[in-house]
Design a protein around this ligand. Structure first.
Ligand SMILES: Cc1ncc(COP(=O)(O)O)c(C=O)c1O
Length: 394
């Protein structure tokens, strides 16, 4: 599984995927809370902590998830981890034996693919469409898979929301096949149309969903804090494996985060960030329409922190991404997330960390970078030969 370029570090730039508004994060408030904790710290704060996580933080997360995501759990089902990536690693270690099959959305999250491959899983690509994972296709390909990874709130990277019938089909299959489902709710807080859908975990009556969430999007990714909600029957095994992995997440930041949530700062920050993200999303959609209309077609989506823009058929998304990079614009080709050939390429464009001005100048530069591709499209229109295979390069 290739390591994605530009994944880590660097300043916000158009149109790198990233967290929302790091520039607007209330750093001073966070600093005050950290100082208060540190000033009152005694020897106990320096000792080993609880493997599953700091209890008040687990309680705060369980409450938040119940209200905002319809997750049903007790605080002792919540395990604090170092972000989603560790959650995925832990799940794969606990639930998979080498050689067992795992469904993965295709196109899908490379982070999940990496964790599954590292655990020795045989990854089975399962197509996704505007209703999310195609469960029937998964059942045809690997009916006895041990696990399925899904992003139901906002499919990564297509952006679709998994429909209720598909959610119920997936749960029925998992129950029947005695398979586990990983629900990665990485940006479920960021939904701009209608009310958020209930989580898959909230619909699960058989205890087969392991839910994961992160503070990378809603707060900041350097925090490396996320959580798992584990069915009660698996808790002790997860705690044991976590101990042998790296014992626990550093306690100090967990205490600061617990204060940040329980004192209402998280809620306020989330509200402001959601409004800002929606404005930025609108700015990007408007900019793409204004500067790249006729070349890029924006996929509709109800939330998230990135936009997917389809290229015309026969235009390679890797070539488009290369051309954009030469103009100093970061984009990710959809084909980088696909395991099977796509019939059409697209660019994944992040906007959450960009001001409307950055976005407007970014779409102009992207239009300049992709201008030569318009000629390719016009040439094709004059060429009556039947279409060649999709735009994906090997
Ligand atoms: C699908 C998906 N899951 C999870 C994450 C967050 O990962 P982490 O919590 O490890 O920072 C991302 C970040 O881009 C993502 O795209």
């Amino acid at each position: 599984v290739p390591l994605r370029h530009g994944y880590t570090g660097g300043p916000a730039r158009a149109f790198r995927l990233g967290a929302a508004g790091l520039a607007e994060f209330p750093i001073a408030r966070w600093g005050d809370l950290a100082r208060r904790r540190w000033d009152s710290a005694g020897p106990a704060a320096l000792d080993y902590g609880v493997v599953a996580g700091y209890a008040p933080l687990r309680t705060a997360i369980a409450r938040y998830l119940a209200v905002s995501r319809s997750v049903r759990c007790e605080p002792d089902q919540v395990l604090i981890v170092n972000g989603t990536q560790q959650a995925l690693d832990l799940i794969a270690r606990v639930l998979l034996n080498p050689g067992e099959q795992a469904w993965l959305e295709d196109p899908g999250y490379d982070g999940a693919r990496g964790a599954l491959v590292a655990a020795g899983a045989r990854v089975v690509p399962v197509p996704v469409d505007h209703e999310g994972l195609d469960v029937a296709a998964g059942v045809r390909r690997a009916p006895r898979a041990k696990l399925a990874y899904v992003t139901p709130a906002h499919q990564f990277p297509l952006g679709s929301t998994m429909s209720l019938p598909r959610r119920l089909d997936l749960l029925r299959w998992a129950h029947k096949a005695r398979a586990w489902l990983i629900e990665d709710d990485y940006d479920g807080e960021f939904r701009y149309v209608n009310r958020p859908l209930a989580s898959l975990q909230g619909l699960d009556t058989a205890g087969c969903v392991i839910y994961t969430g992160t503070f990378s999007k809603a707060l900041f990714p350097a925090l490396r804090l996320g959580y798992l909600v584990v069915p009660a029957a698996l808790i002790q095994t997860f705690i044991k494996v976590r101990f042998f992995l790296d014992v626990h997440t550093p306690t100090f930041m967990q205490t600061v985060l617990a204060d940040f949530i329980t004192e209402g700062h998280f809620e306020r920050h989330l509200l402001r960030t959601r409004i800002r993200c929606r404005e930025r999303r609108e700015a990007l959609r408007a900019g793409l329409q204004r500067d790249l209309g006729g070349l890029l077609e924006v996929e509709s989506s109800e939330g998230g922190m990135h936009v997917l823009a389809w290229l015309p058929e026969h235009v390679s998304d890797r070539e488009a991404a290369r051309r954009a990079a030469a103009e100093g614009i970061d984009t990710l080709p959809l084909s980088a997330f696909a395991q099977t050939r796509l019939s059409r390429g697209a660019l994944v464009l992040g906007y959450a960390g960009l001001t409307p001005d950055d976005i407007a100048s970014g779409t102009k530069r992207l239009a300049r970078a992709l201008h030569p591709l318009r000629r390719q499209v016009r040439g094709r229109r004059r060429d009556p030969r039947p279409s060649s295979p999709g735009p994906r390069e090997p």
